[in-house]
Design a protein around this ligand. Structure first.
Ligand code: ZN
Length: 476
């Protein structure tokens, strides 16, 4: 998303042909978000104007069809007269108007998902894609709130000033969720950058080492790239529920609903999860397949490289914590061994390659068919295995001079910072072989095909042993 920011900054501020601003209020008892949009064209031209709502959210690779939650749509001229409107598609509204418009609609918000909004008496989580209509993505927008009395705090990565939250364009707005209510906030400054933890269920949070351990992982990532792709970083930590979603300057995660974990495993699981979503601010938001931005919010965006964006992020969620000394080396190996075991114990690995699982994620994000595990694989499972093997191969071929860290850094600086774009599949593999200083054809074959993986061939030279009876991984 920062790459997009670079691209759009050239035209930023140039489009003064209209203004869009929002005021948002809530009906907590009925789980509604009340949205009022003001559209003001500089020179009314008498033409109809079309507004759209995204049907999906980047990072959540499934069609969400957000407009199904929109109700009570109304449009008014500045005179107060109703303006005629009609739908021109499932996510587009055409309004006949010669000038400024006030548009009003409500959004039903009662789903427990990081890609959906939720409003209760306690507060609101706003997933912006399903709330705000756009005319052009590359256009600035502001959002103001009217809150119920008990809601005191708004946590988001968007800057606040003059009573409004401002986004330079709708890509940024859609990448900036809000947590609103009376939640705990805790700020930690590290290397001159503020990290805000917004915690909806704070039981045990202050006593837990999790914020400090998270920051130790952050330090390792920043050291690896020598750069931070955000001005400040915000963790929106919601109540009990599943899933997390990455953003350029924030993450929104459902959690265990408390922070006094009973086991080390449960603690590490939550910490790795937060570290995973954080690492995405580099890998997928900055380091990205070329198909992932600028986004088409009307339909699916296919890429064969999500195994890298997600699988390698899984690999680093543990590796960063091991480098930081938060995880022991054996805990990291146990983490990897579990993924190897799960990969090898899935029948689907014989029928779907890792590359194919990336492309077909739009079919399988929530594929609960009875035969799903027998016919498909998850890049969240086989992806970190290939990330690990690729790291070992880069280290071996380069004689220990390079590692996967160097590939990540090269992709970040060459494509995100210098070119301001993502990379093609061929560019990715060429960069990987450039860093290794030799061929990675075997790794690519394990990604592109369903060939059986010869673990010993890669693990043994690295001084590692995989016991396939117990699925344990040990350093010799
Ligand atoms: Zn992820």
């Amino acid at each position: 998303m920062a790459a997009l920011a670079i691209l759009v900054s050239c035209s930023k501020g140039k489009d003064t042909s209209y203004e869009i601003s929002y005021r948002v209020s809530f009906e907590p008892e009925d789980h509604y978000i009340d949205v009022r949009m003001r559209y003001v064209p500089a020179k009314p031209d008498g033409k109809a104007v079309t507004f759209k709502m995204p049907v999906w959210a980047p990072g959540y690779y499934i069609i969400m069809d957000y407009p199904k939650y929109v109700t009570g749509f109304e449009a008014f001229e500045s005179s107060g007269e109703p303006a005629a409107w009609s739908k021109s598609g499932k996510n587009s509204w055409v309004i006949n108007s010669s000038g400024a418009l006030d548009i009003h609609y409500k959004v039903f918000a009662d789903a427990v998902s990081v890609a959906d909004s939720k409003v209760t008496a306690e507060g609101a989580f706003i997933a912006p894609n399903g709330v705000f209509l756009y005319k052009d993505i590359d256009h600035p927008v502001s959002v103001a709130f009217t809150l119920p009395d008990k809601w005191k705090t708004i946590s988001t990565s968007l800057p606040f000033g003059d009573g409004v939250y401002s986004a330079e364009d709708f890509d940024v707005l859609y990448d900036s969720p809000f947590l609103i209510g009376d939640h705990l906030t805790k700020s930690i400054e590290q290397d001159g950058i503020v990290y805000e933890f917004a915690v909806q269920r704070p039981e045990g949070f202050e006593e837990s080492p999790i914020a400090g351990d998270f920051m130790a992982g952050v330090r390792e990532a920043v050291r690896m790239f020598g750069d931070t792709p955000y001005e400040s970083y915000h963790l929106l930590l919601l109540g009990r529920g599943p899933g997390g979603l990455e953003h350029q300057s924030s993450q929104a995660d459902y959690t265990a609903g408390h922070w006094d974990f009973e086991t080390r495993e449960a603690y590490l699981s939550e910490l790795r999860f937060m570290t995973h979503e954080y690492f995405h601010c580099y890998n997928v938001k900055a380091i990205r397949p070329i198909e992932l931005g600028p986004f088409d919010y009307d339909k699916e965006v296919f890429t064969p490289l999500l195994w890298f964006s997600e699988g390698i992020t899984c690999y680093y969620e543990s590796l960063l914590l091991e480098k930081a000394g938060v995880e022991t080396p054996q805990e990291h190996l146990d983490f990897l061994a579990r993924y190897i075991k799960d990969t090898e114990n899935t029948e689907g690995r014989k029928h779907m390659s890792l590359r194919q699982s990336s492309y077909d994620i739009w079919l399988n994000f929530f594929n609960r068919s009875a035969n799903a595990s027998a016919t498909t694989i998850s890049y969240y499972v086989k992806g970190p295995v290939l990330g690990f093997l690729m790291d070992l191969e880069i280290q071996r071929i380069s004689g220990g001079k390079k590692s996967l860290d160097d590939l990540m850094s090269l992709l970040y600086w060459r494509f995100h910072k210098e070119k301001g774009r993502g990379f093609t599949e061929d560019e990715f593999w060429a960069a990987a072989e450039e860093v290794a200083g030799g061929g990675l054809g075997q790794i690519r074959r394990y990604v592109d095909t369903t060939d059986e993986i010869d673990y010993d061939q890669i693990l043994t030279p690295a001084g590692l042993t995989l016991d396939k009876e117990t699925w344990t991984l040990t350093r010799n």
